[in-house]
Design a protein around this ligand. Structure first.
Ligand SMILES: [Zn+2]
Ligand SMILES: [Zn+2]
Length: 270
């Protein structure tokens, strides 16, 4: 049983064509009782013109509320959002969060300076050590600034980096990752255990077992599961793997959100 999928996109994200209702039907077909839509809210100057500041709150919330009514009793539908670089656009992000009763906000880092971490050139221009250290240093700033509830896909650069460097070992970057985890524990930020890279060549969870163990060691308890689906067929994908990895890391709970209040529930038995 998959208790939730808290990282989902629909056609209200500029990189996604899927109608929201189709994503909901996919979740219902899998027996997932609760999902949340987390459309991109991106203001970074490097974003393409059709992605930067593309999120339309009124149209999105109208469709969300229509789906909440259509699927009532079969699916709990949460109002989330994926804030890109919230440390750089704090005022804009907080203004957005004040305009609607969001259930939670994801905080995401997709850019290091002017470089996209999904673009191979970033990795071709840096050594593996530099590429990851620059990213994790920036992520330390993101998590220090806070202003969101859940840290998205902690080590997501591994997704594109795989094509340039091959496998990555988080232990090589431990000194840079631990400060990020410490910030999350101190500020009560949950970790999004993101399965999107399992659908790709890199075949890793973001974050995986080792990082989750460090998080537990530092006192971290809050996690959410996210397929980061951009198509109905990806909803719920590999979330059993995420759950098994969370258990193996010693985590005991899954965190649910309503109106930005966390509620911890025991992880389901295998
Ligand atoms: Zn993201
Ligand atoms: Zn996403």
């Amino acid at each position: 049983m998959i208790p939730h999928d808290y990282h989902l996109h629909s056609s209200f994200s500029c990189d996604c064509q899927a109608p929201m209702a189709d994503m909901c039907r996919a979740a219902i077909a899998l027996g997932i009782p609760e999902i949340g839509f987390t459309e991109h809210y991106d203001l970074h100057a490097g974003e393409s013109d059709n992605c930067r500041d593309a999120f339309r709150l009124e149209a999105w919330s109208a469709e969300l509320e229509r789906c909440q009514a259509e699927f009532a009793g079969r699916l709990i539908l949460r109002a989330g959002v994926e804030l890109g670089e919230p440390h750089l656009f704090a005022a804009e992000a907080q203004a957005l969060l004040a305009r609607y009763p969001f259930d939670y906000a994801l905080g995401s880092l997709h850019w290091v300076g002017s470089a996209s971490i999904f673009d191979l050139t970033y990795f071709q221009e840096h050594s593996a050590a530099d590429a990851f250290h620059l990213y994790f240093e920036e992520l330390e700033h993101v998590t220090r600034a806070g202003g969101f509830d859940i840290l998205s896909h902690l080590d997501v650069p591994t997704r594109a980096a795989f094509a340039v460097y091959g496998r990555y070992d988080p232990a090589e970057h431990e000194d840079y990752i631990r400060p990020v985890l410490r910030n999350c524990v101190e500020r009560g930020l949950a970790l999004d255990i993101n399965t999107a890279s399992l659908r790709r060549r890199a075949e890793v969870l973001n974050p995986g077992l080792e990082i989750l163990r460090w998080y537990v060691e530092l006192g971290g308890e809050r996690i959410t599961l996210g397929s980061d689906a951009h198509r109905p067929s990806q909803v719920g994908g590999y979330l059993e793997t995420a759950l098994a990895t969370a258990r193996a890391a010693g985590l005991k709970h899954l965190t649910f959100y309503e109106r930005r209040q966390p509620r911890l529930a025991p992880l389901p038995e295998p």
